[in-house]
Design a protein. Structure first.
Lengths: 116, 162
């Protein structure tokens, strides 16, 4: 995933209503009408947010049904999650530490060789 | 994914509907990396994640069907635990194990592959979820909930996106 895709995803996530929509969709497919009630937003306002999410590839909408149910597409979140939360931080930190630890082991080996 | 020779940088990739792959090159032979990855003598020295965590418990029975358990503890006494079972153990190249975090996180099958060129080792870790739905659920709940914490930092970052 390119940095541009990551930027698009981050921009799409940068609104509390859109994050609330994604959180709701994580429970399953739903309609604009069902989304607008708990958000206390009009249908058109919800639709505007859905378009942003759809352009970012974070949701898809079925075309065949008249009420066009929305579903979560979590794929772009993988890179964001890896970037923003513990996942990536944890691996990076561990691997950096392994680099240092390998140096330490090499030093130990060298000392053992020298003392032979 | 040819990162051979370039140490110090981790690569992350979505390699299929159910997989995430992490790649890193280390400046050591694969035998050394294998030991570092499969021995409780070494693991608590490095597989610690962010600053502030230790691994007070490490239990490894390195054979197909053997169990693994690691417990991490933070300075504020918060604990995280992984338990799992080794499926394939082929030193010093290939390790497959099933693992799960405590709580509702879905089980994953993780594969570690080690390949060595000119004394440097490429480690490829593939984390496979049981289904696309399981991966998406993990990303959606973990990702979004985690993100709401991370958004404080994003507030500073977003204006730079233009």
């Amino acid at each position: 995933m390119s940095i541009d895709t990551l930027s698009t995803t981050l921009s799409a996530l940068a609104h509390p209503a859109r994050r609330a929509i994604l959180t709701r969709l994580a429970e399953g497919e739903t309609t604009v009408k069902e989304l607008s009630a708990p958000l206390d937003m009009s249908g058109p306002a919800v639709s505007r947010h859905l378009r942003v999410l759809e352009r970012a590839g974070l949701i898809s909408r079925r075309k065949e049904a008249q009420w066009r149910p929305c579903r979560l597409e979590a794929e772009p979140l993988a890179e964001v999650a890896a970037w923003a939360v513990g996942f990536r931080e944890a691996w990076d930190a561990s691997f950096d530490r392994l680099d240092a630890y390998l140096e330490h082991l090499k030093g130990q080996e060298k000392r053992n060789d020298d003392s032979r | 994914m040819t990162t051979q020779g370039r140490t110090g940088a981790t690569e992350y990739a979505i390699t299929s509907d159910t997989e995430v792959t992490i790649t890193r090159v280390f400046d050591a032979p694969k035998r050394v990396i294998w030991d570092a990855w499969t021995s409780c003598e070494h693991l608590p020295n490095w597989m610690l994640g962010p600053e502030g965590w230790t691994m007070p418990i490490c239990e490894i029975d390195l054979r197909p069907g053997g169990a693994l358990r690691m417990v991490w503890r933070r300075t504020d006494a918060t604990e995280m635990e992984i338990t799992g079972v080794y499926r394939e153990v082929e030193p010093p190249e290939r390790l497959v194990y099933v693992e799960s975090w405590q709580g509702d996180w879905p089980e994953t099958t993780d594969t570690l592959l080690l390949s060595e060129t000119d004394g440097k080792t490429t480690a490829t870790v593939t984390i496979r979820y049981v289904s696309k739905e399981a991966r998406d659920a993990a990303l959606a709940t973990g990702g979004i909930e985690g993100l709401s914490r991370g958004f404080d930092r994003l507030d500073d970052y977003l204006p730079t996106l233009g």
